[in-house]
Design a protein around this ligand. Structure first.
Ligand code: TYD
Length: 122
């Protein structure tokens, strides 16, 4: 919905967001060389949008691993189901916006890759 003044992007259920948002967070100011994420969730849907700068998002379902170069604010990546995620290669100006279907629930995290791989294989 941009115009001569600049850009505007809106996200809502009627334009494709498939869940009610219960939490929004954003990651910015990431130091060079840092890898974030390194976990999976038991029960969480997310849309991740790189609204500024760029970064690499790697997704792994236990069978295969794909790395996506994010840097387009009009593009959202949906993460649903049992998926291990890692983010790295952050540009200094990168801002990653995350819309999540659940509040922050520490017990929902799987932080051990071997445990994740075992669950994914079931
Ligand atoms: P962390 O899970 O390490 O972030 P990432 O997976 O992106 O590397 O979270 C960093 C800190 O922020 C940690 O103390 C937990 C806290 N946190 C919240 O309080 N609420 C949230 O929604 C998120 C994502 C993290």
């Amino acid at each position: 919905m941009g115009d001569e003044r600049g850009s505007l992007i809106a996200v809502e259920r009627s334009t494709g967001l498939p869940f009610e948002v219960q939490r929004v967070y954003f990651i910015f100011g990431t130091a060079a060389g840092v890898t974030r994420g390194l976990h999976a969730h038991r029960n969480l849907k997310q849309w991740v949008i790189c609204v500024a700068g760029s970064l690499t998002l790697t997704l792994d379902d236990g069978q295969s691993r794909v790395s996506l170069e994010l840097g387009r604010p009009h593009e959202a990546i949906e993460i649903d189901g049992l998926v291990w995620r890692e983010m790295d290669n952050f540009s200094s100006d990168a801002v990653l916006l995350v819309l999540a279907s659940r509040p922050w629930e520490p017990d929902d995290y799987i932080r051990d890759y071997a445990a994740f791989a075992e669950m994914a294989a079931r």
